[in-house]
Design a protein around this ligand. Sequence first.
Ligand SMILES: [Zn+2]
Length: 212
Amino acid sequence: MAAAIPLRIIEGRDAIRKNILLALGIVPRARWGLLTPKHQNLEYDWNYHSIAIHHSGNKGYKNPKQIEDYHMRNNQFDDVGYHFMVSPEGNIFEGRNLLHKGSHVKASNTGRIGILVMGDFDEQWWDEDDELTPKQLNSTKKLIKTLKQHFNIRELGGHREFLPGSGYTCPGNVLMNIIEQLRTEYGILAPQTAQGSSSNLTAHFTGRGTLS
Ligand SMILES: [Zn+2]
């Protein structure tokens, strides 16, 4: 467990979180969730410096409740692993409370916001894939832009870029191409090296090998 953080600091962070939800009409976790997150087991995190984008993969989940069920019942996570989830209709759902460290890039979650773009964006010959809807893309862009206003976001990448050599395909080629365009548009860098290169990521290396 993380060291105790003064209540006034937590309250200040929560006010920023609420501003982000309000600004974009994000559906709060408490309004859609069926299961109760085990907040007492989660670590605090803040000072986010990077964003990792994910897709649902072959499961193709497009409903946050499916993700909740998969992460909390199947994977036995204490909460949904991603901080935000964007539906094809362009709705943004709050996942894990931004006060807490996500569980979406193995042992490399510190300072990293996880966004799930719901759908399967991996082009494979044996299955049908999704295309990002204009509304979904628009909401994803607005979310990145807003997060950038509140945090010093220096890196934007697809899941697999944060774990090179891992064989991960997430977030799929279709979405990966879009992420590359967004980096140019917003002037954000690609993940710099394996597991992240920023000096304040050093702590990750001690955690390598253990799954979060
Ligand atoms: Zn992923």
